[in-house]
Design a protein around this ligand. Structure first.
Ligand SMILES: Cc1cc2nc3c(=O)[nH]c(=O)nc-3n(C[C@H](O)[C@H](O)[C@H](O)COP(=O)(O)OP(=O)(O)OC[C@H]3O[C@@H](n4cnc5c(N)ncnc54)[C@H](O)[C@@H]3O)c2cc1C
Ligand code: SF4
Length: 594
């Protein structure tokens, strides 16, 4: 029997990026907020300090910061005819656990999406025609977001300044800026900090790409290029290129994370209470099913509590957001046979994986000296930046391309050219020969939503509390393979122009596997939109069916964008919170009429 607690104004399910932002904005408005986090409390000091934080076996291989999948796993299959099995070792994607969520162990690659991304369906039809879109794949279920780039621009700006993003603007109010990305959407002002220093591998990439007529620019990064005080008065430090960034927390206060950009103020606020080691099981609804009354959770001692709240924010990472909605009976679950239902619909992923470029022994890369987002990139093949009209076979979407090597740590990085034995003396000799003379190029891009890919509750496997696990049914649509393979050829040309002696070609292939790291940009499943028949939340991330529940994060993306998505998640979250503060709190109810 659950113990009923004193009611509060709002509760967040999870205290990662979106949970920290939501709670902060709400306490600023005078609300009493409880943050329920399934993982532990942790701070830069003492938890993220070296030498312990540079333990590659513990953090990169054994995934110490990730969701405990002994307790709560995700089951996976490639298509509806297969039986899904639980993923017991995270590899393909790495959802986090603990105060700060995945935004603690992220890289800091800090892009905005482009104007076209938010109107993908209408823009594709307008530019290429319905017939072309059908030829890309009749199974594609891409749609517009219901929010535009212009709507989000002020919130992108706010979030970038909170994080202290280091970069060079390419387009300020329509004026192209030398040194930046000429393809970027117009921004209202410069980045808060200048870009990180270019690495040697970045300089080699720049030369090769420029020689082919492309437009290199420094990757925007939330690894800070200089000491910085954010608008909340929190001080961040300069990145030292320690080489242990993604999958690790920053010991130097040099990477934007909830711990560095907002939590110190939130945790001090008397209106906020953080409760860690608390697993939220479900959102409770009243007898009408149209209003949430709060949440039920289990604490670290196994005690069950009911926490009444006027507003519930689901801020649990996209996959967990969708599972929470399904477990709580909020919104109609997606049925792939009929195409009806919205929760679980339009789950999408990302296409990643570029070539390995083996250089001459005279080129010393020193790849161990790096940060989480130190890249030099081009956007010539991103999104809709190039004309797709004559692509044969046809496809939509694109990828950014860049050299982004993030530390070359000893257990994870041993590049060897084709023909090298996979173990033994010859393998060791090859690793010694190539470790310091090899450049990785990334292709990183869109993945389209499809009626065949979705999330639902697994009929067999349960979590530690007896609740069904989330089941993922996913394979890359043929459209994505065509796109990625087209770009793979272009990137091999760049590798040659860089002086590569041997190049292992990249590009996405089918079937999708969960055994190789690709991206933790799982998207969709509770998508936003203007039509409740094809979206679970409205343009303010408010559940259509239960208006006092807001589902924040990448679960709202109708399909996935070219870029690493957290800056867009931050902007989208601040956009929704602004309306919640200024409109919803004054008059609770649906913010958009269905
Ligand atoms: C290795 C890695 C590198 C990345 N690099 C980049 C990058 O360079 N650029 C970029 O844009 N993005 C990157 N990301 C993605 C980024 O981390 C996420 O987009 C971001 O953290 C998502 O924010 P969120 O609030 O949705 O989830 P999170 O920040 O993960 O927070 C969710 C929180 O909810 C908690 N939770 C979940 N379920 C429950 C429950 N039932 N009860 C209680 N608590 C719960 C979790 O424990 C977690 O703490 C990276 C991710 C990883 C793993
Ligand atoms: S690379 Fe820079 S930002 Fe990343 S953990 Fe190291 S010091 Fe921090």
């Amino acid at each position: 029997m659950a113990t009923r607690l004193q009611p509060v104004d709002a509760v967040t399910i999870g205290v990662g990026l979106t949970g920290a932002l939501a709670a902060f904005e709400m306490v600023q408005s005078g609300l009493k907020v409880v943050g329920l986090e399934r993982g532990a409390e942790r701070e830069t000091v003492p938890d993220f300090q070296s030498p312990a934080i540079h333990d590659e076996l513990r953090y990169s291989i054994r995934k110490a910061f990730m969701q405990d999948n002994v307790k709560v796993a995700v089951t996976f299959r490639n298509n509806s005819n297969e039986t899904a099995l639980p993923i017991r070792r995270w590899e393909s994607f790495l959802p986090g656990q603990g105060l700060g969520g995945s935004f603690v162990h992220w890289n800091g690659q800090s892009f905005r999406a482009q104007v076209a991304d938010f109107v993908l369906r209408s823009r594709t039809i307008q530019r290429y025609g319905q017939k072309f879109l059908d030829a890309c794949g009749p199974e594609l279920t891409i749609q517009d977001w219901g929010v535009t780039y212009d709507d989000l621009e002020p919130y992108y700006d706010r979030f970038e300044y909170l994080c202290g993003v280091s970069g060079k603007a390419g387009n300020i109010k329509g004026q192209i800026q030398p040194g930046g990305n000429p393809f970027e959407a117009p921004r209202s002002r410069e980045y808060p900090n200048p870009p990180l220093k270019e690495t040697y591998f970045g300089a080699i990439f720049r030369k090769g790409a420029e020689g082919l007529g492309y437009h290199p620019y420094p990757q925007p990064s939330s690894n800070l290029s200089r000491p910085y005080t954010n608008p909340l008065g929190l001080k961040l430090e300069q990145c030292v290129f320690c080489g242990f960034c993604e999958r690790y927390a920053c010991e130097h206060y040099a990477k934007a994370s909830p711990q560095t950009i907002v939590l110190p103020l939130l945790l001090k606020n008397p209106n906020y209470e953080l409760r860690t080691s608390c697993e939220v099981l479900r959102i409770n609804l009243d007898s009408t099913g149209k209003k949430a009354t709060g949440v039920t959770y289990v604490d670290g001692a196994g005690r069950e509590f009911e926490q009444p709240a006027e507003i519930v924010f689901i801020t649990a990472f996209p996959l967990n957001n969708v599972r929470t909605l399904l477990l709580s009976g909020i919104g109609k679950p997606y049925d792939p046979r009929t195409g009806e239902g919205v929760v679980g619909r339009n789950y999408s992923y990302q296409t990643v994986g570029g070539p390995t470029v083996f250089m001459d022994e005279s080129i010393n890369i020193n790849p161990f000296m790096s940060s989480g987002a130190p890249g030099t990139m081009i956007d010539d093949f991103s999104g809709d930046n190039f004309d797709h009209a004559n692509m044969n076979p046809p496809f939509i979407g694109g990828q950014y391309v860049g050299s982004i090597m993030t530390g070359a740590r000893p257990i994870e990085f041993h590049p060897t050219p084709p023909g090298t034995p996979p173990w033994g003396l010859e393998w060791k000799r090859a690793v010694a020969r190539h470790y310091n003379h090899t450049i990785l190029i990334q292709q990183h891009g869109t993945s389209m939503s499809s009626r065949l890919n979705y999330l639902d509750l697994d009929p067999t496997y349960k979590d530690a509390w007896g609740q069904p696990l989330l089941r993922m049914t996913f394979d890359f649509p043929e459209n994505d393979i065509r796109m990625s393979q087209y770009i793979a050829d272009k990137v091999v040309e760049i590798g040659r122009a860089m002086g590569g002696k041997t190049i292992i070609r990249g590009g996405t292939k089918r079937p999708y596997t969960t055994t190789v790291y690709q991206s933790t940009h799982n998207a969709g499943g509770a998508v936003m939109g203007e039509d409740p028949k094809t979206s679970a939340v409205n343009r303010y991330l408010q559940c259509w069916d239960v208006p006092n529940v807001f589902s924040l994060g990448g679960s709202a993306f109708p399909q996935n964008i070219t870029y690493n998505y957290s800056i867009t998640i931050g902007a989208l979250t601040l956009w929704a919170l602004d309306v919640i503060k200024n409109k919803y709190l004054k008059s609770p109810g649906p913010l958009v009429q269905a």
